[in-house]
Design a protein around this ligand. Structure first.
Ligand SMILES: Cc1cc2nc3c(=O)[nH]c(=O)nc-3n(C[C@H](O)[C@H](O)[C@H](O)COP(=O)(O)OP(=O)(O)OC[C@H]3O[C@@H](n4cnc5c(N)ncnc54)[C@H](O)[C@@H]3O)c2cc1C
Length: 291
């Protein structure tokens, strides 16, 4: 069985200025790596009439560090980010998440902006970016605006970007002195979509949770921060009973569904187990805690 692409008008942008000029006309769909879009077109989930190819925009492929933040060009390939020493050192959660994504062949063409803009609840780069409180720079021919990533995801495959805009850059503050942990639970170990993915960053000072950040994928219509659990823990003593009590509240943060990969019930149980593991490990990292 093979799938045929529908007909479409095609333009290739040679630079960012040209790309934004074309987008101004309206109705153009951006093609970056094509690893989501082409598949969607083949199965009829999307049928854009006009495709703007931005694969040649080298100016969107960079990683820069400045003033406690990392700046990542939207066109950066996942494999480039995985091999980038700065990303590995400064953004370990993002690096771990990308390591778990797809295969070398896919990561070599797939872009980080494509992963975010496709807005799958299972997008693996999303939980780390939510933890870091990343911001996205959305550019059009009339200028740029910056949005927190938490406001960018609106629902399954829905984002706050308009058809005139292009995701140019991701601004990612780094977290120093934090315990950082990422886990992707899938139906098998490699080359799979997540059943649940969890990213956790935390700090314990004088036996107290001074900061806790938790982000989850594949357990809600969009990747989410577990603010209820975070707030239950912040300012509390770092001990087993506080963790067990707080983790039970995750039901207020997520709304998993049953699908081909897992049942909603399994996702609830797995989420709680992953969070406990991360929080216990965090406690150990900072010297134990009590209880
Ligand atoms: C075999 C296979 C395995 C996969 N495994 C995983 C996995 O483990 N984890 C995971 O999260 N994903 C996985 N994916 C999905 C996919 O590879 C990623 O989501 C990838 O990052 C998409 O990037 P892309 O550049 O190919 O996007 P495209 O397919 O080119 O675009 C995706 C969407 O983003 C839009 N877009 C792209 N760039 C921009 C931009 N700069 N500005 C505005 N809009 C833009 C496009 O218009 C389109 O709507 C897999 C896909 C395949 C085929």
């Amino acid at each position: 069985m093979y799938y045929k692409l529908p007909e479409f008008e095609y333009k290739r942008a040679e630079n960012l200025h040209q790309a934004l000029d074309v987008l101004k006309e309206g109705d153009w769909k951006i093609l970056a790596g094509g690893t989501d879009l082409i598949l969607d077109m083949k199965i009829g989930r999307q049928s854009p009439k006009k495709i703007l190819d931005i694969t040649r925009l080298g100016e969107l492929r960079y990683v820069r560090a400045y003033n406690g933040k990392m700046f990542i060009g939207g066109g950066s390939r996942l494999q480039e980010l995985l091999e980038n020493a700065l990303v590995k050192e400064k953004l370990p959660l993002l690096s771990s998440a990308i390591y778990e994504m797809a295969s070398w062949q896919i990561r070599n063409v797939a872009t980080i902006a494509g992963n975010i803009c496709n807005a799958s609840p299972a997008a693996d780069s999303a939980p780390p970016l939510l933890i870091y409180d990343a911001k996205v720079k959305l550019s059009s021919s009339s200028g740029s605006r910056t949005l927190p990533i938490s406001e960018f995801f609106l629902g399954p495959r829905k984002t706050a970007i308009s058809s005139y805009e292009l995701l140019e850059e991701i601004e990612v503050p780094t977290l120093d002195g934090y315990f950082q942990w990422y886990y992707k639970l899938g139906r098998r170990h490699a080359f799979t979509l997540s059943v649940v993915s969890a990213a956790v960053a935390l700090k314990i000072e004088n036996g107290i949770f001074s900061d806790v950040r938790i982000a989850l994928g594949s357990v809600a219509p969009k990747p989410v921060r577990a603010y209820t659990v975070e707030n239950e823990l912040k300012g509390k003593e770092a001990n087993v009973s506080e963790i067990e009590r707080a983790v039970e509240k995750v039901a207020e943060d997520i709304s998993p569904i049953s699908d081909v990969r897992a049942s909603a019930e399994y996702r609830f149980k797995a989420t709680k187990a992953l969070l406990k593991e991360a929080l216990f490990k965090g406690m150990k990292y900072f010297g134990g805690g009590s209880g």
